[in-house]
Design a protein around this ligand. Structure first.
Ligand SMILES: Nc1ncnc2c1ncn2[C@@H]1O[C@H](COP(=O)(O)OP(=O)(O)O)[C@@H](O)[C@H]1O
Ligand SMILES: [Mg+2]
Length: 272
């Protein structure tokens, strides 16, 4: 039995399809000048699952994830999260301040480039604590302890929590981003190529941490990658994007063993 099969068993997938969606996006359209980055994309994410979004460079993955993080607004489309205080509203109608609060409390994100997600000259613990501050926590000792716990959960060596990200390796920087992202137990964790650019051995360690977090806390994750191998090790379900459109989606096993769309077949076979 391979590692992927063992995962299937410990993750208890059947519950996925029974639940109400955690995240629902419908009809997302985004143009940059002549470039149609997103051409009417629908995505649904269920509680506790890892949704993998795969597609070649330029297919619109990062643009879609930025929408999920409310960093950008589409020309058309709606976005709902299953949160007690935002049940019925289209989140794109929120103003900047409301978006910032919602993001701080309910959404975590890890970017490929740590410079986007972190203050590189601040301590690692400070980067995580900053997230807790936004949510209103002001007690220094408590902030520091909660930052430490979050770093430990991300398998960051906590004796280095006062080092700045600038002083750390790429893998450790991603763990700081992760600690910051999960500090407030977000409803959804967004990951945009979190291991792209890391050495393969380091990449495997960071993916192991993500898997462990997912298993222990059942965090709902949306994982974007151009790397089919990363998607295969992590995702329960997969959305395949091409030129701003979803061309295929399904359970990971189905996508990898029996891809239907010619583009997916090409991706899967190129990888094998
Ligand atoms: N801010 C932007 N300004 C202009 N074009 C953009 C911008 N963001 C993305 N694009 C374009 O939109 C398309 C999708 O980009 P992106 O979502 O980054 O793709 P992916 O993450 O799948 O590689 C690309 O053609 C890209 O050049
Ligand atoms: Mg991208």
């Amino acid at each position: 039995m391979g590692a992927a099969d063992q995962n299937t068993i410990t993750r208890q997938k059947p519950r996925l399809m029974l639940a109400e969606p955690m995240l629902t996006m419908r009809g997302i359209v985004r143009n940059f000048g002549d470039v149609q980055a997103l051409r009417g994309v629908d995505v649904t994410v269920y509680p506790g699952e890892v949704l993998g979004i795969v597609g070649e460079s330029g297919s619109g993955k990062s643009t879609l994830l930025r929408m999920m993080n409310l960093e950008d607004t589409p020309e058309a489309g709606s976005y709902h999260l299953s949160l007690p205080d935002h049940q019925d509203s289209n989140l794109f109608s929120l103003d900047r301040f409301q978006r910032r609060m919602l993001r701080a409390r309910h959404i975590g994100i890890v970017y490929q480039n740590p410079h986007i997600g972190l203050l590189m000259g601040h301590t690692s613990s400070g980067n995580v604590a900053e997230r807790l501050l936004v949510a209103g926590n002001r007690n220094f000792a408590e902030l520091r302890e909660r930052a430490r716990l979050s770093l430990a959960a991300s398998e960051f060596p906590v004796e280095r929590m006062d080092a700045t990200p600038r002083e750390l390796s790429g893998g450790m920087q991603q763990r700081v981003q992760l600690a910051k992202a999960i500090a407030l137990e977000p409803a959804v964790l967004l990951l945009d190529e979190p291991t792209t650019g890391l050495d393969v051995s380091v990449q495997a360690l960071v993916l192991d941490t993500l898997k462990r977090l997912q298993r222990d806390r059942a965090i709902t994750m949306v994982l974007v990658s151009h790397d089919l191998g990363v998607i295969r090790t992590m995702a329960d379900r997969v959305v395949v994007m091409r030129r701003g459109e979803v061309v295929e989606q399904g359970l990971a096993d189905q996508i990898f063993q029996d891809p239907q769309h010619p583009y997916t077949q090409q991706l899967v076979h190129a990888k094998l």
